[in-house]
Design a protein around this ligand. Structure first.
Ligand code: AHM
Ligand code: MG
Length: 339
């Protein structure tokens, strides 16, 4: 084999090689991952053209969260739903942009897997050319056959068998894990392929950043305020690591930066948002799975995100995610000051 073949690993080849680790694998799961990569390429094509074509602006619909959807959200949602409806690999889907579970149409075969996703997170940033992302998680269905159900979707993150995200930024990266480490692929737009750029990434031991919307500080609990002071190196026994603040306001971009550079992102509960803002099923759980696969951790300030079973589809959760030592420290402060 020559040098070129050793160095360029497409996402397809990587998925196949991962599948070989499981002799009992049928290939269906691998194909599902590849379907998601294909969706990512289609969404990437549209997001990178967003500034050029008349695609910006509001589509005029309001989603389940009461927010106005932008056209690209609608497009990304429709792309993922359409591409995965007829493959026979899924039992059911759930999307942040859809109020109810998304059934596989009657005429198509039902598969063993459940796909949950946020088709385009951070969409309020589209107009100002800031990175946005797609987040996804894959579960095995709980029901045995027939159409998938709400219960198939309402699973704790610890049941995830794969998760990942795509970041549409200065380049388009797809990051995924099937429980065998976290791997990053960068889209080469000239050939239309995701190529392996970082394999088996681990969150660096020495964190560099803390990321939180500090504008909400007046509404934070005592514990969250004290934790933030600790991060800033203020007071007795404060953290000595000299962290910088970085906050984009686009979860995938904030998470990705801290995963690669080390740090903590948090979106706590506050007086205005008693459950936080982010959604457990589509945002917190898949990213928690990636964080843990990279040696990090995620909690809601009291318990592991991956242990929380959603009671309903669009459940929100406070989120603390990143280096384990920092995430655990947040829980210590919350327990001490907030009871
Ligand atoms: P969205 O799903 O409506 O796009 O909102 C989620 C986004 C996240 O990407 C980001 O972490 C958060 O909202 C930022 O919220 P805020 O502007 O309150 O800091
Ligand atoms: Mg979102």
């Amino acid at each position: 084999m020559n040098d070129m073949h050793q160095k360029i690993i497409t996402i397809e080849r990587h998925i196949i090689e991962q599948e070989r680790l499981y002799p009992e694998a049928t290939g269906v799961f691998s194909s599902l991952l590849y379907d998601i990569a294909l969706c990512a390429k289609i969404i990437a094509r549209e997001t990178t053209r967003a500034g050029l074509v008349d695609i910006l602006g509001l589509a005029g619909k309001v989603n389940i969260q009461g927010e106005q959807q932008m056209k690209l959200d609608v497009f990304a949602n429709a792309t993922i739903v359409r591409m995965n409806s007829y493959t026979g690999r899924l039992a059911v889907m759930a999307s942040e942009e859809s109020p109810d579970i998304i059934a596989i149409p009657e005429e198509y075969q039902k598969g063993r897997y459940v796909l949950v996703f946020d088709p385009l997170d951070g969409s309020s940033n589209i107009d100002v050319n800031i990175s946005i992302g797609t987040i996804f998680g894959i579960y095995r269905r709980l029901t045995l056959d027939g159409p998938g159900t709400l219960d198939d979707c309402l699973q704790a993150g610890k049941n995830l068998i794969a998760a990942g995200y795509v970041i549409y930024g200065s380049s388009t990266d797809m990051v995924y894990s099937t429980g065998q480490g976290v791997h990053v692929f960068t889209l080469d737009p000239s050939v239309g392929e995701f190529l392996l750029s970082h394999s088996n990434i681990c969150i660096p031991d020495a964190p560099k950043y803390y990321s939180v919307n500090q504008g909400y500080q007046p509404y934070w609990s005592h514990g969250v305020r004290e934790f933030t002071r600790w991060l800033q190196g203020i007071g007795e026994n404060a953290y000595t690591g000299a962290l910088s603040t970085r906050y984009i306001g686009s979860l995938v971009a904030d998470f990705h930066r801290n995963l690669m550079a080390g740090g903590i992102f948090y979106y706590p509960a506050d007086a205005n948002r008693p459950d936080g803002k982010l959604r457990l099923l589509y945002e917190a759980a898949p990213l928690a799975y990636i964080a843990e696969q990279a040696g990090g951790y995620a909690s809601d300030g009291r318990q592991s995100i991956l242990d929380i079973k959603p009671g309903y589809l669009h459940q929100r959760t406070p989120l603390f995610i990143g280096n384990r030592e920092l995430v655990e420290k947040a829980a210590e402060f919350i327990a001490r000051y907030d009871g």
